[in-house]
Ligand binder design. Structure first.
Ligand SMILES: C[S@@+](CC[C@H](N)C(=O)[O-])C[C@H]1O[C@@H](n2cnc3c(N)ncnc32)[C@H](O)[C@@H]1O
Length: 248
């Protein structure tokens, strides 16, 4: 099954590299296993895309984030550092990108890869928090890593971020949309559920976007303290309730 799916790809790579030439009959046999005819709207979604198709939208994501030189970002679940590298360009030499990873080998690889980029600081983080100091960062950035946090520990994790992130700081979470992903949907999140968890931890959703041509969505949260409490006796639209009006 897997071999039959990989064969056309392997052959096309060989032909593309000039290492092999195919007769018309051979080509037909090689590609006959999988038609390009669209039977299911989602069938080609992953065929032409890289492993992380949302990376193609990094420009769009960074525009949304509007980072400034000197900002401090924690890239949680930094992996190979692909996002940290780009975040480092935006925050510049005066900024910092704390590349948090739970796997020592990835931390070591990033340390080696980015030894000439001092604003990238790879470090081994605990599983249940960033392990950072109070008011240390402007942005906590999760690219397909939030679902790795233990289910029952997510609210506590987000509460801890309230301490680590400055009062005007933000959280950005990019996840695969579990409702629409055709593959590995369990390695994703439901946006409404995520917003609820964040709200429970004291964060307010200020941006939610489905990212074009991917199964990913982007969310940005800010601290609830930025929203002043409603003055007593006033409704959401700022007017007093009807009954009070009549009493006046
Ligand atoms: C799917 S990868 C995403 C890597 C990277 N953010 C990217 O988009 O290329 C998820 C990463 O999160 C890391 N991870 C898993 N649990 C974590 C946790 N509790 N805290 C921080 N990182 C974690 C994994 O080791 C892995 O590198």
């Amino acid at each position: 099954m897997i071999a039959s799916r990989l064969l056309p790809l392997a052959l096309s790579l060989l032909v593309g590299s000039g290492l092999c030439s195919l007769s018309a009959q051979q080509t037909k046999e090689a590609t006959a296993t999988k038609s390009t005819r669209v039977e299911d709207p989602k069938q080609h979604a992953y065929e032409g895309a890289a492993r992380y198709p949302f990376r193609a939208n990094s420009e769009y994501i960074f525009k949304e984030l509007d980072l400034e030189a000197g900002d401090v970002v924690v890239d949680i679940g930094a992996g190979d550092g692909w996002w940290s590298e780009r975040l480092a360009e935006l925050v510049g030499e005066k900024g910092r990108v704390l590349a948090a990873e739970v796997k020592q080998d990835l931390v070591d690889e990033m340390a080696k890869e980015y030894e000439d980029t001092p604003q990238i600081e790879p470090y081994l983080c605990p599983f249940d928090s960033t392990g950072l100091e109070e008011d240390e960062v402007d942005l906590a950035f999760f690219a397909q890593s939030f679902h790795h946090i233990e289910k029952d520990a997510r609210v506590e994790y987000l509460k801890d971020l309230k301490k680590v992130i400055r009062p005007t700081g933000r959280i950005c979470i990019i996840e695969k949309h579990s409702d629409i992903a055709t593959r590995s949907a369990d390695h994703g999140s439901f946006p409404s559920h995520l917003a609820k968890l964040a709200e429970e931890a004291g964060w307010v959703l200020v941006r939610y976007e489905l990212m074009p041509k991917t199964y990913h969505f982007l969310t940005v949260f800010v601290q609830e303290e930025l929203f002043p409490a409603e003055p007593e006796g006033r409704g959401r639209n700022g007017r007093r309730g009807r009954r009070r009006d009549r009493e006046d």
